[in-house]
Design a protein around this ligand. Structure first.
Ligand SMILES: *[C@@H]1O[C@H](CO)[C@@H](O)[C@H](O)[C@H]1NC(C)=O
Ligand SMILES: *[C@@H]1O[C@H](CO)[C@@H](O)[C@H](O)[C@H]1NC(C)=O
Ligand SMILES: *[C@@H]1O[C@H](CO)[C@@H](O)[C@H](O)[C@H]1NC(C)=O
Ligand SMILES: *[C@@H]1O[C@H](CO)[C@@H](O)[C@H](O)[C@H]1NC(C)=O
Ligand SMILES: *[C@@H]1O[C@H](CO)[C@@H](O)[C@H](O)[C@H]1NC(C)=O
Ligand SMILES: *[C@@H]1O[C@H](CO)[C@@H](O)[C@H](O)[C@H]1NC(C)=O
Ligand SMILES: *[C@@H]1O[C@H](CO)[C@@H](O)[C@H](O)[C@H]1NC(C)=O
Length: 482
């Protein structure tokens, strides 16, 4: 008898156990907190619930390596008992809750760092405020100049207050959603205990409503405008001056495989490291030999496939890692190649693929667009261009570009002193000049991409593999929603 297995991520456990992969696991993997971590996932199981009559069992397994708590429900085979319909309905409901809890997980990951930032800022403001008060009371200890400086700082921080209030509202919203998910899984457990004594209709309604609200909420919380870039963290120093490295932006965060492509032209060798830790130490990798060589460093790994530009052509290639085969290739109509329209550093970087929360994009330019950056939405299955925007920014004057929530950000140089200088909003087809500084530590950036799963920027800087956190600001209206 085959028993369908259903993994319910964190439904029956406390959502609080869901931790942020980037903020907790990554730094320790990289050795930032001084410990070499090898927390392999244990497979110990604790049975939470078992109903021999129905064949229902619910297990909770110990923590997975990324700190998440996994639950496993063993559900009876459909058609194996007299209460088929019930089992079927129940299974659907369970699946819904599973979906919701997966969404919750994503939500948690995405908001964790922002909230952390806000808390820190709030503490900073409070500290400043009290210093100011003390200073005001005993003015002798402070000369007029530094008193004025303090006051000015405080005035600068004041506009942050409404933003902080929004964040607190977000936190309440998330707490409430978590409680609803917990309540629902409680209801499911109750059904399992007393098959038959529950109003499915009502439960289903609740699940549907929760799902709709959660999706709306995620839309608003997940995205925002880039307002800051953290200090860089060097993950590894390896390879030549130019290259590209990345993780998949689609797979669950437990899969931390790293792909590494050294060099910017005629390369065919892609190294796949099993984990980020293996990448750091340079161990445990397999090699893929691409059937066609690549050009530039604008490659991206998305949903198990590598998207890259074929050398001396404007052909986009989709290479599937598992089957080790090219699934599709297609020419990007009119796109310049062969160093016609590279980024400022050259290196055949004419065509740059990237992924944001909404899918695959390509950045390039054409003669028709007079060398100005074109950003196109690309169908990941067929590589067809679905829609294009002319940003008006000359591609040869751009250091690099990356996309977050449908907004293309462009740097003004690949050298020291570079900043994020230009933003193009595809949602409104408009642009603005920005002034977002970041530390270009090794003074030669040949790759810069946003990873929406981890919410970090990946860069290749002069033979160093470096990441940056980003701060995204968003405002949500909570009134009337709960
Ligand atoms: C990103 O932010 C998290 C949480 O604040 C922090 O632990 C981590 O070290 C940061 N990473 C980088 C690259 O700054
Ligand atoms: C380092 O990180 C690991 C894993 O997150 C944690 O268990 C450990 O307490 C940390 N050590 C220090 C010194 O912070
Ligand atoms: C759960 O999500 C999957 C994939 O998004 C979808 O195919 C499935 O229909 C969803 N299940 C329910 C019950 O909504
Ligand atoms: C969850 O259940 C508790 C107890 O039944 C109830 O007080 C609370 O209002 C419920 N929360 C939500 C968000 O439905
Ligand atoms: C367009 O996107 C930007 C950045 O994500 C956001 O700040 C802005 O509100 C959006 N505009 C509209 C009209 O949705
Ligand atoms: C990811 O790949 C799977 C098959 O490998 C496919 O079914 C799914 O639609 C893909 N998802 C996206 C967003 O392309
Ligand atoms: C690419 O450019 C080189 C010179 O830089 C030239 O020799 C070669 O023929 C060009 N190839 C194509 C396909 O245009």
């Amino acid at each position: 008898m085959t028993v369908p297995l259903l993994k319910i991520g964190a439904v029956l456990s406390t959502m609080a156990m869901v931790t942020n992969w980037m903020s907790q696991t990554l730094p320790s993997l990289v050795g930032l907190n001084g410990t070499a971590v090898s927390r392999a996932g244990t497979s110990e199981k604790i049975t939470l619930f078992q109903s021999p009559d129905e064949g229902w069992q619910v297990y909770t397994s110990a923590q997975a390596p990324d700190g998440k708590c996994l639950c496993t429900a063993v559900i009876p085979v459909q058609g194996s008992c007299s209460r088929d319909l019930r089992s079927h309905q129940l299974r659907q409901l369970t699946e819904k809750v599973q979906n919701i809890s997966q969404s919750m997980e994503v939500l948690d990951l995405r908001t964790y760092r922002d909230l952390q930032y806000v808390r820190n800022t709030e503490a900073l403001m409070k500290g400043l405020d009290s210093r100011l008060r003390v200073a005001a009371e005993s003015q002798k200890s402070l000369n007029a100049k530094s008193f004025q400086e303090l006051k000015d700082k405080m005035t600068e921080l004041l506009p942050l207050l409404p933003v902080l209030d929004q964040y607190k509202a977000d936190t309440r919203l998330i707490v409430h959603l978590k409680e609803e998910v917990r309540n629902l899984s409680g209801s499911l457990l109750a059904i399992q205990e007393e098959m038959g004594a529950y109003d499915y209709e009502e439960l289903q309604q609740r699940v549907l409503m929760l799902e709709a609200r959660l999706h709306a909420c995620m839309q608003k919380l997940g995205c925002g405008k880039l307002t800051g870039v953290s200090n860089p963290i060097t993950i590894r120093a390896s390879g030549s001056r130019f290259g590209s490295w990345m993780t998949d932006t689609m797979t669950p965060s437990a899969d931390s495989r790293v792909w590494y492509m050294d060099g910017y032209y005629k390369g065919r060798r892609v190294l796949e490291f099993r984990t980020l830790n293996d990448f750091v130490t340079g161990q445990n990798f397999v090699q893929h030999l691409l059937p066609h060589p690549w050009a530039g460093t604008g490659h991206v790994v998305f949903n198990g496939s590598l998207y890259y530009n074929k050398y001396q052509s404007n052909v986009a290639v989709k290479y599937h890692f598992r089957s080790r085969s090219v699934l599709v290739q297609r020419s990007l109509a009119g796109a310049g190649y062969n160093n016609t329209f590279p980024y400022s550093w050259g290196g055949f970087s004419d065509i740059d693929f990237m992924v944001d929360e909404s899918g695959l994009w390509a950045v390039y330019t054409t003669n028709q667009n007079a060398g100005n950056i074109v950003v196109s939405r690309v169908d990941p299955q067929t590589l067809e261009v679905l829609r294009s925007w002319d940003t008006g920014y000359p591609k040869r004057s751009a250091g690099e570009s990356f996309i977050i929530c449908g907004t293309l950000y462009v740097t003004n140089s690949h050298l020291a002193g570079a900043k994020i200088y230009f933003a193009y909003y595809t949602n409104t087809s408009s642009y603005e000049y920005t002034d977002i500084p970041f530390h270009n530590q090794y003074s030669h950036i040949s790759m810069l991409d946003y990873n929406p799963r981890e919410r970090v920027l990946y860069t290749w800087n002069n033979g160093h593999q470096v990441i940056y956190n980003v701060t995204l600001f968003h405002v949500i209206k909570t009134s009337g929603e709960l």
